[in-house]
Structure formats: structure tokens, C-alpha cells
Design a protein around this ligand. Structure first.
Ligand code: FBP
Length: 321
């Protein structure tokens, strides 16, 4: 609300939209926190468009976000990791100028073992006037985002977002049921001392990426610490607050592979947050925010974190040739 006053032309649509995403996050947090007590762990038996087994919490989080967003009356289209096609607000709901793309529950492999999971969202304004949306509204480069952020369901539940004016973090006070400002204007250290990657994939990495990760373990220089939760949101959140680098490179042994993580609702929103906090996000050869999307669920190699660390990886990849 406060920031809205900086925009004389503001209609309140955006504030209303973000408030609905925060409400959905509270509902999901409550279910995650008691997951072991209610029959919501495990799989539904279905597979999603990624070919992954769908968990019951994935479905719960997906439905909660869709209902909250369509009820806001501020969106004309949505896209979710759990839906093959774009989602339009059900008839009877007013439509608005925004499109929202989201990963309802990030870190599915960690749900049943009570390790930190998250939700990631990306908000764009629709491209053309009028209320009917086209896939063009969803396939916009990350640099066009009007806002992006994520929720971490960890020891505490945090809501982190940017609207292009810095990155701010809020912690959920369960007794109030309110997200309270706990981390204003987050800045990522220029260089870190932690690296995060699934080294089980080492043999699938390009020579430049291998040489870079090897260099981090060189006893001649102060070696970096290895940290890997296996939930993108958790590994990114640590990197945002303490610096360092997260890498999920492409698998060079599979010509069809362009990485595991999805551009529109994983890489691009976190790239916006990273850049707004003074960090960087790259495919290894191109800024994530400049990648032009062509498909809703396309994947990209992701190298994200402290600006100097990301630039160093790019140098190693450039020297590959
Ligand atoms: P989803 O759980 O939303 O499908 O996200 C993919 C993810 O779980 C990321 O959170 C994480 O960074 C990565 O996959 C872990 O992959 P891997 O198990 O191959 O290391």
C-alpha cells in the first residue's frame, strides 16, 4: 500500500494481486506445516506435463494459487508448472491486466522428508489492450516482468519479492497470520564463498563448468563450501542472503537437454530478484532476463548468484571454445 502511493496512476490492481498471492502462501504454509498429520503427503499417481510424478501438495498448492488469483479479478491468464496449457480465470470472475506464472510447489523431492520447499511467481502486464489474453502475454522475456518473488516454507515462512525497486523480505508471524517486513532492501554480496550444484551430474557438465567447479576446491585458494538442499528456492534464498553461486547447467551428454529448470516460472523470476539485489543470472552465455521464451515449459541452464561469481563462470565457459 505504501509503495502504491509512489504511483499516482495506480489503480490498486497490483496491490490487490500481490495480497492474494500472499494469502495463497499462508494457506499453503498452513498445509505444509501440518503435512505429516493430514493425508497430504505422497503422490496422486498422476504425472504432470514435465513427466514428473505429481504430489498431493503440488495439487493443493496449484489449486490454492489458481483460486486466489482468479478471485482477485486482476488476472487475464495464468501458467503453472502443474498445468500443460495456460489457465484462464473461470467464467464469472472479472479479468484484469496481469498474467501470473508460477511454480506452486518447488522442491517436490523434499516434500515428504520435511526439508524446505517453496513457491515461485512471476507477474507480467498483458501485451495487448482488451481483456482477452493470448499466449503472447505469457511468453514475455524476464526483463518485462513487473514483479517476481518466492515463498520459502522453512523453519519460518518468508515472502520475498521485487517490483523493480529493490528486494524486500517478510516473515510470517503465525500468531498474527501476517507477513511482517523483516528484510528490507536485501543486497547480495558481490562475491561469495559457497557453491551449490548437484555434483552427481558432474559428468554431464561442459568442460568449462567442470573446470570452474574444480577451481572452487583448489586448496591453493580458500576453497568454497559446498551446499545443496535440492530445492531451488532454498538454495537460492541462502545465496541471496550470504552470496555465492547456484548452478544447474545443461546436460551436454543429451543433445536435447537445455537444463532442468523452467525459464518462465523458476529461472526468470529468481533472475529478476537476483539482479534487483545486485546479483546476476545467466545461462552461461546469455542473461536469463534476455532469453526470449518460445514455449510455456521450456527449460534453461541456470547459473545465478553473486555478480562476480556468475561472471567468473561465464569466463570459464567462454574459454571452453
Ligand atoms: P520442482 O520440484 O518444482 O519440479 O523443481 C525442480 C527442482 O526440485 C528444484 O527445486 C531443484 O533445484 C532441482 O529440481 C533439484 O534437481 P536434482 O534432484 O536433479 O538435483
Amino acid at each position: 500500500m505504501e509503495q502504491q502511493r509512489d504511483y499516482p496512476g495506480a489503480t490498486g490492481d497490483f496491490t490487490g494481486l500481490l495480497t492474494q498471492i500472499a494469502l495463497a502462501a499462508k494457506v499453503i504454509a498452513r498445509e505444509v506445516n501440518k503435512a505429516g498429520l493430514v493425508n497430504i503427503l505422497g503422490f496422486t499417481g498422476e504425472k504432470n506435463v514435465q513427466g514428473e510424478q505429481v504430489t498431493k501438495l503440488d495439487v493443493f498448492a496449484h489449486q490454492t494459487l489458481v483460486e486466489a488469483l482468479e478471485a482477485s479479478g486482476h488476472v487475464c491468464a495464468m501458467a503453472s508448472e502443474e498445468a500443460a496449457e495456460p489457465i484462464l480465470p473461470a467464467s464469472g470472475y472479472p479479468r484484469g491486466p496481469y498474467v501470473v506464472l508460477f511454480d506452486p510447489l518447488d522442491g517436490s523431492s523434499n516434500i515428504d522428508i520435511n526439508i524446505t520447499i517453496g513457491t515461485i511467481f512471476s507477474i507480467h502486464r498483458k501485451v495487448r489492450s482488451g481483456l482477452d489474453s493470448t499466449v503472447e502475454d505469457l511468453l514475455q522475456p524476464g526483463a518485462q516482468q513487473v514483479a517476481a518473488g518466492y515463498v520459502v516454507y522453512g523453519s519460518s515462512t518468508m515472502f520475498i519479492y521485487t517490483t523493480g525497486h529493490g528486494v524486500h523480505g517478510y516473515t510470517l508471524d503465525p500468531s498474527l497470520g501476517e507477513f511482517l517486513l523483516s528484510h528490507e532492501n536485501i543486497h547480495m554480496p558481490k562475491r561469495g564463498s559457497t557453491y551449490s550444484a548437484n555434483e552427481g551430474n558432474y559428468h554431464t557438465w561442459s568442460p568449462g563448468v567442470r573446470r570452474y567447479v574444480d577451481s572452487l576446491k583448489d586448496p591453493q585458494h580458500k576453497p568454497y563450501k559446498g551446499r545443496y538442499v535440492g530445492t531451488l528456492v532454498a538454495d537460492f534464498h541462502r545465496t541471496l542472503l550470504t552470496g555465492g553461486i547456484f548452478l544447474y547447467p545443461a546436460d551436454i551428454t543429451d543433445p536435447k537437454s537445455s537444463g532442468k529448470l523452467r525459464l518462465l516460472y523458476e529461472a526468470a523470476p529468481l533472475a529478476f530478484v537476483a539482479e534487483q539485489a545486485g546479483g546476476r543470472a545467466s545461462t552461461g552465455t546469455e542473461d536469463i532476463l534476455h532469453v526470449q521464451p518460445t514455449q510455456l515449459h521450456q527449460r534453461v541452464p541456470l547459473i545465478i548468484g553473486s555478480a562476480e561469481d556468475v561472471t567468473t563462470v561465464e569466463d570459464y565457459i567462454r574459454r571452453e571454445d
